[in-house]
Design a protein around this ligand. Structure first.
Ligand SMILES: [Fe+2]
Length: 175
């Protein structure tokens, strides 16, 4: 279940339909998927992909995505502060950044034209597609990160982050 927040307007919504509509107006796809089977905490990449294949494969076929993998970040992840910093600076990609959250949570922040900065807390079951070339950053949290997510690509090269040099992410992270 996702939470949408607009910090500068003290606005928050937990209503999936309201969140989906708000994001659709910004060109961001948001959906919620169910696992076909219950996954164990130790589920392998193959088991995670198989549990969601019934929704993943049609979505990938319809949208021209070719590759899917699973990322897993938790408190045991080596060099987590460096990994967090890599995602936390404002950046863009030349292709859509599609994430489906299997476990845990993370905060996607958006800095779009003609819009206040907003964020979406994505949790298990949430699918989000950040459109190519839109300014964003991602935060799995300072302490005790926990996120397992499926990543979907047309071409993995497209995922390379292009940093904007803005310090906006740090300003919001400090609040
Ligand atoms: Fe990104």
């Amino acid at each position: 279940m996702a939470i949408l927040s607009i910090p500068d307007q003290n606005f928050q919504s937990k209503n999936p339909k309201e969140i989906q509509d708000f994001l659709a107006q910004k060109g961001i796809l948001f959906d919620q998927w169910q696992a076909k089977e219950t996954l164990s905490l130790q589920a392998s990449q193959e088991e995670v992909l198989a549990a969601y294949e019934h929704v993943l494969q049609p979505y990938m076929n319809q949208n021209g995505y070719k590759v899917a993998d699973v990322i897993n970040i938790n408190s045991e992840t080596p060099n987590y502060p460096a990994i967090r910093a890599k995602f936390l600076d404002e950046h863009t990609h030349t292709e859509d950044e599609v994430r489906f959250f299997v476990e845990g949570q993370g905060l996607f922040w958006f800095h779009l034209p003609n819009s206040p900065v907003f964020n979406v807390l994505c949790q298990a079951g949430d699918l989000i597609s950040v459109p190519a070339n839109s300014k964003h950053w991602f935060d799995a949290g300072k302490d005790n990160p926990s996120v397992k997510a499926i990543r979907i690509f047309i071409d993995m090269e497209g995922w390379v982050p292009h940093y904007t040099g803005s310090d906006l992410a740090q300003k919001y992270a400090a609040e």
